[in-house]
Each structure stands twice: as structure tokens, then as C-alpha cells.
Write a protein that binds this ligand. Structure first.
Ligand SMILES: [Zn+2]
Length: 229
């Protein structure tokens, strides 16, 4: 099986587990967000899995070109490897949030190891000169009660998404743009990736979709701005 097929298979499995695990967790009164439908004129663009020295830098150029601030859910290990790229995100005025240190799936892991993933990421971002929000996006959107416990105890928001651009599926720019336009509405949180395996169309799709969303009257904001009541 080639690499792309393997990645797609993993992502499909992740998605299936999310659907299954989601049925076991009641989000009522829990700090879990995938949108804010009270914010009808705002949309938040988010990026997972960076920073990546080449691809994140290209995304930052597009965001700057269109004067948009976004939220980057970074992996601690990548911050450690590419501190200069993290600083570029900071200098661009964007928001940084937590996507664990090793991209560990936060289900069936001990409370201590889960907390270490979060704290280690916070520390490496701070060591590199960045500020990190108390917002966690669990890899593949999968989590269990230990993450809810941490979030409740220490005041984190668990941030998912309600528009998956499918930029990870390598189906081309048109598909990403169409997928967003067919589904988007005010208050949404859109999921892109800094890095995906193989050919990547995130940058081109972002460059096309931002002007369209603006023309529709949406204000493109960070997750923190979207989630404030
Ligand atoms: Zn991820």
C-alpha cells in the first residue's frame, strides 16, 4: 500500500473512531466547541499539524496577502524542530493553540501522560517566545473523559471543527473550495492543515476561498474571537 493510501486509511479510521467515540460523550455543559452559531457573521480558519518550515510559511503569506488572522493548532515536537516558523506565526499576529506534543491520540491514555502532552507543548511554545491559548484540539478529534477532566479542572476549551476541508485527501484545489462553499455558514470553524502527506493544495484553496468568504460578508477571525459570546 503506498503512503498516500495509508494516510487516507488512517484518517478514515480516525474519523470513524471520532463518530463512534462521539456517541459516548455528552457535550452538554462541557467545554467542547465545534462552532459558535451565535456569531452569524464570523468564521474561524484553523490549521493543524504545523509548524512546517515551508508549508506554514506559504500559508502565512496568503493570510497576510488577504489580511486575515487565523488559529494554528501546533504540535509541540514541530515547534521544537522549527522554532523560527513558530515565530513567523507569532509575528503575523495569529493565534497559537495546542495540538499535543507528539500528535498522540487522547483516548485511553492516562491522565498524567495526557496532561504531559498538553503542558510540554505549552512550554515549548513559551520557550520559543510565543504565547499559547488555553485551547486544545485533540488529534483526529478523538478524546475521552480524561481530556474533559483536564479541561474542566484547568480551564481549557476543547476545540473541534464543523467544516473539514478534506485538504488531507489530496483531491485538488477545486474539491476543497467546493467542499467549503457547499457547507459553510456563519459561526463555523474550518479545519485546514499546515502539512499533509503528498501533494498539497491547501495554500491554493486558501487563496481562493478567503476572497469568496469575504465577499459573502463573513468576517474571518481567530477561534478565541469566534468563541467569545
Ligand atoms: Zn492533527
Amino acid at each position: 500500500m503506498n503512503c498516500v493510501k495509508k494516510i487516507i486509511k488512517i484518517l478514515v479510521i480516525c474519523l470513524s473512531v471520532l463518530i463512534i467515540s462521539g456517541t459516548n460523550i455528552s457535550y452538554a455543559d462541557k467545554p467542547v466547541y465545534n462552532s459558535n452559531k451565535n456569531m452569524k457573521e464570523k468564521i474561524a480558519i484553523t490549521f493543524d499539524d504545523g509548524p512546517h518550515p515551508v508549508r506554514t510559511s506559504k500559508l502565512l503569506e496568503i493570510l497576510q496577502k488577504h489580511d486575515v488572522k487565523a488559529t494554528f493548532f501546533v504540535i509541540g515536537e514541530n515547534v521544537k524542530n522549527y522554532p523560527k516558523t513558530l515565530l513567523k506565526i507569532v509575528e503575523g499576529g495569529h493565534e497559537i493553540a495546542n495540538h499535543t506534543y507528539t500528535h498522540k491520540i487522547l483516548k485511553n491514555s492516562s491522565y498524567i501522560s495526557l496532561k504531559k502532552e498538553i503542558i510540554d507543548t505549552e512550554n515549548v511554545v513559551k520557550d520559543c517566545g510565543g504565547k499559547i491559548k488555553k485551547m486544545i484540539r485533540p488529534p483526529c478529534g478523538i478524546f475521552d473523559y480524561n481530556l474533559l477532566k483536564l479541561a474542566n479542572k484547568d480551564g481549557y476549551k476543547i476545540v473541534l471543527w464543523n467544516i473539514d476541508t478534506h485538504d488531507w485527501a489530496n483531491e485538488g484545489t477545486d474539491k476543497i473550495v467546493t467542499n467549503i462553499l457547499n457547507n459553510v455558514s456563519g459561526g463555523d470553524i474550518i479545519l485546514f492543515h499546515d502539512y499533509t502527506s503528498g501533494e498539497n493544495h491547501t495554500k491554493e484553496a486558501l487563496d481562493r476561498i478567503i476572497p469568496i468568504l469575504k465577499e459573502k460578508g463573513y468576517d474571518l477571525v481567530t477561534v478565541s474571537q469566534l468563541l467569545q459570546e
